[in-house]
Write a protein that binds this ligand. Structure first.
Ligand code: ZN
Ligand code: ZN
Length: 573
């Protein structure tokens, strides 16, 4: 059974979650988290490495014990330790730890004290006002819990786009190999490159749907067949991801791709345009009475309703239809437009590769520059650099740059924005850097006004070039801290400050809509990977996808410039 790296990483993260709830030794918890990150960063499948008898303990943060556990997972699909821990700790407690301000210890205390079994129990307890009576909890936490559970997105299972890719790509490749399948593609929010995916929609063109579906449900990661018909089937994969397969005749391919790509709002608008022309649009084609006038291609479908083809990333009914009608669709940024990366860590702080290794990886991607942005001194748990160490790194970078041709490392720093908006290093030191990324890594609960003031104060310092991961969110784990994005964007515009679109698929911070808001007010965006290892530089494409969803063209993005032009653009005051 193929076990994907993301599945193994998820199991290790799950172990860490459960250990945390049990108040296990924090080094042990950290070991599992680090190992999960290492596995996620590997470009080679662990399953193949195990098969080839590779020594897994050579990987960073993987000792003999963890190497054995990886082998166990690859061979059996299970981890005994995880099964044992799961028996002791109700899953609902782990989910409750994701509520801001609750945390593992407090979540357990709450469940034990009130004898809760599920998140639903927790919701009821909050509504009945029983949480405020538990020692250590007050009205505020109770209100917070009620609010979080009402919004519901902790309980709804969504998959990060990169995780979904792990399952989707091999699966669609399998479908393409089935006899009688002429072509197959993934539609839905996956094709629209949304940051998270609820389920997968696969479309296959072929005549004998029944036979194709018989083979589809035999895929070896299928855990449960939910439904199985002649043209449609739904299965649940072992990882918990639901997959729909629909088989359509080739003559309907374009109409079906259009229909199943969505979004719903985009489709509704499309059907309305068809009606205005006395036509009917559905998943089989565009019809004039009983006659199908198009449907084999998406281009044909759009043409039939008087529009040019619209990029899937734009199909949210956020003005793309009106823009298409006027011939004003944006010229969207492409991965090839990127000239360099402006946020990366090395072993000097919490990264895993050296300056030289990171530089070589950036050159391999064809970049002209890479900014080294290790953490500043306040970030003790992330190995933040002292002022002396940063000085030494600046010298080391200058020395390395002498040996490069057509490439340079940029001396930089991801400097912490302190609670009062001050920066974590003195101006004199910051002045030695090529650029400065300033980020919030602490005090997420200041409240909207104070948090916004804090970040704007940091931008007041002309040394600051870019605000890193501006909302601090972690997809599926941590909500954005409250911040007034309009005010932030306005302030960035006034000061000539760039906002980051953090391309890590765990963050994708800013959101698509926030990116669009920023460029509409003349603020430039830096698409940066925040790579903590050479492999992390490859996350750039998720950032580009998100930027495309935000209607960005190459001109809107700072790091589509060569360094000489970018340097001028970043100069402030
Ligand atoms: Zn950061
Ligand atoms: Zn960073």
């Amino acid at each position: 059974m193929p076990v994907h790296n993301s599945e193994i990483a998820a199991m290790f993260d799950h172990v860490a979650d459960l250990l945390e709830v049990q108040s296990a030794n924090r080094f042990r918890v950290r070991a599992y988290r680090n190992a999960a990150n290492t596995i996620r960063d590997q470009s080679r499948p662990m399953a193949r490495m195990v098969e080839e008898g590779a020594d897994l303990s050579q990987l960073p943060d993987i000792g003999d014990d963890l190497a054995g556990k990886i082998t166990e997972i690859v061979r059996t699909g299970h981890l005994e330790l995880l099964d044992e821990l799961s028996e002791d700790v109700p899953e609902a407690i782990v989910e409750a730890t994701r509520i801001p301000g609750v945390g593992p210890k407090r979540a357990r205390a709450l469940f034990e004290e009130l004898d809760l079994k599920s998140l639903d129990d927790l919701r009821q307890a909050a509504e009945q006002g029983r949480i405020a009576d538990v020692k250590g909890f007050g009205e505020r936490t109770q209100a917070k819990i009620r609010e979080e559970l009402a919004e519901g997105d902790i309980t709804e299972r969504r998959f990060r786009l990169d995780t979904a890719e792990d399952f989707a790509e091999p699966l669609v490749a399998y479908v393409r190999r089935i006899d009688g399948v002429q072509k197959a593609e993934i539609a839905g929010s996956y094709r629209r490159r949304k940051e998270t995916v609820g389920d997968l929609d696969i479309l296959a063109a072929g005549e004998d749907g029944g036979a194709i579906i018989d083979r589809f449900v035999e895929y070896d990661e299928v855990d449960k067949v939910v439904s199985k018909g002649k043209t449609r089937s739904t299965v649940t994969l072992r990882a918990g991801l639901n997959v729909d397969l629909r088989v359509v005749p080739e003559a309907s391919w374009g109409a079906a791709m259009h229909y199943f790509t969505g979004s719903k709002a985009h489709n509704v608008a499309g059907r309305r345009r068809a009606q205005d022309r006395s036509l009917k649009l559905n998943e089989y084609g565009l019809y004039d009475g009983e006659t199908r006038i198009s449907g084999a291609t998406e281009e044909g479908v759009y043409e039939g309703i008087g529009l040019p083809w619209i990029e899937p990333v734009l199909r949210e009914n956020r003005g793309e239809i009106e823009a298409a009608e006027k011939g004003e669709l944006p010229d969207l940024i492409k991965p090839d437009d990127i000239r360099g990366d402006l946020h990366a860590h090395t072993t000097a702080s919490d990264g895993r590769n050296s300056l030289l290794e990171m530089a070589e990886a950036a050159m391999e991607r064809g970049y002209g520059y890479l900014a080294i942005t290790d953490h500043s001194r306040s970030q003790t748990q992330a190995g933040g650099l002292s002022a002396d160490k940063l000085e030494a790194q600046i010298d080391e970078i200058a020395e390395l740059n002498e040996g490069f041709e057509g490439f340079r490392l940029l001396a930089s720093c991801e400097v912490d924005i302190l609670e009062n908006g001050d920066l974590d290093f003195p101006d004199k030191l910051l002045a030695r850097l090529d650029l400065v990324v300033a980020s919030v890594h602490s005090k997420f609960n200041l409240g909207e006004e104070a948090q916004t003031d804090r970040i704007i104060r940091a931008m007041d310092n002309p040394a600051v070039s870019i605000i890193g991961h501006p909302t601090g969110r972690l997809l599926g784990q941590r909500r954005a801290y409250p911040v007034d994005m309009e005010r932030l964007i306005e302030a960035a515009g006034e000061r000539g400050c760039v906002l980051e679109l953090n391309a890590n698929p765990n963050r994708l911070d800013l959101s698509d809509i926030q990116c669009r808001m920023a460029v509409e007010r003349g603020v430039k965006i830096a698409i940066s990977t925040d790579a903590h290892a050479t492999g992390g530089l490859a996350h750039m494409r998720y950032g580009v996808d998100q930027a495309r969803r935000g209607w960005l063209s190459a001109d809107d993005v700072a790091n589509t410039l060569d360094w000489s032009d970018l340097e001028k653009m970043l100069k402030r005051g």
